[in-house]
Design a protein around this ligand. Structure first.
Ligand SMILES: [Zn+2]
Length: 265
């Protein structure tokens, strides 16, 4: 999504996009921290970034209809923002999700690309988001993180390792075998709607060869942005996962399933 806090020229965006992709690739290839995905059952997590209010009103309700819960990565600096095509969740919305048993994760406070920040500024930004969430009434400190724009930075890994059990990027892959917990891969639920509906193939894949499939998306509404989907499409994916005998778990519960409890900071 466009960087709403720091509009910069297109050419510069292209250069930084290439740098972001390179950063992500370097981490996936060379990071030494590895943990096993030990599961005989296929696990699917539905995660939401930013978070638009329709992920709260529509997305959470769909998961609950199937007795499932999701992970909502909140960036406190976006609270209540009204944009052209979406409105962001309020502090009350965050608390409501938490009360209903969903996991609240961290997506930074400022929603800036992390590679643009110094270690000190980044750590301060993460603390600010923790304060925002605590003030919103969320009594459990977030232990899982998702990168804004799915763009990581090798330089900032020590900051993240100190605070979180996992970090999530994109990567369009299932987490299998041994993985880097600070660079989990995920599959995006996005437009066009036919594409989103076709993501059932990823569920078939993880059901056939168990691992951890993490989906991420944004708004869940009848007229979604390019980065979301319609409610009936999310419901199709959720019901398909259950039909294929997948366990649908928020990220924190998936870690318990893998025995990563000791990894929690
Ligand atoms: Zn985001």
């Amino acid at each position: 999504m466009p960087d709403i806090f720091n509009p910069i020229p297109d050419i510069f965006n292209k250069v930084t996009d290439i740098a972001d992709r390179l950063n992500n690739r370097l981490i996936w290839q060379f990071a030494k921290t590895r943990r096993p995905i030990a599961t005989k059952r296929p696990i699917v997590s539905f995660t939401f970034d930013d978070v638009p209010d329709t992920a709260w009103t529509n997305g959470a309700a769909i998961l609950e209809k199937y007795r499932a819960r999701g992970t909502f990565y909140i960036a406190g600096g976006l609270e209540g923002r009204i944009e052209a095509d979406r409105r962001l969740i309020s502090a009350e919305g965050c608390r409501d999700l938490f009360t209903r048993g969903h996991e609240i994760g961290c997506h930074t406070f400022s929603h800036r690309k992390v590679s643009s920040l110094s270690s000190r500024t980044f750590a301060g930004d993460l603390r600010r988001n923790e304060t925002f969430l605590a003030d919103a009434g969320i009594s459990r400190r977030p232990t899982n993180f998702a990168f804004p724009y799915n763009a990581a930075s090798p330089r900032l890994r020590p900051v993240l390792k100190k605070r979180y059990a996992t970090c999530r990027a994109a990567g369009e892959a299932i987490n299998r075998g041994t993985v880097d917990p600070f660079m989990l891969k995920a599959v995006e639920i996005r437009q066009p709607e036919d594409h989103a509906l076709g993501l059932t193939r990823w569920i078939d894949d993880v059901a056939a060869d168990p691992g951890w499939l993490i989906f991420f998306t944004h708004d869940i509404t009848a007229s979604p942005t390019p980065y979301g989907c319609r409610p009936e499409t999310l419901e199709r994916l959720v019901s398909h996962a259950l039909e294929r005998q997948c366990d649908i778990l928020p990220v924190c519960d998936a870690l318990d399933r893998f025995g990563w409890k000791e990894a929690r900071p």
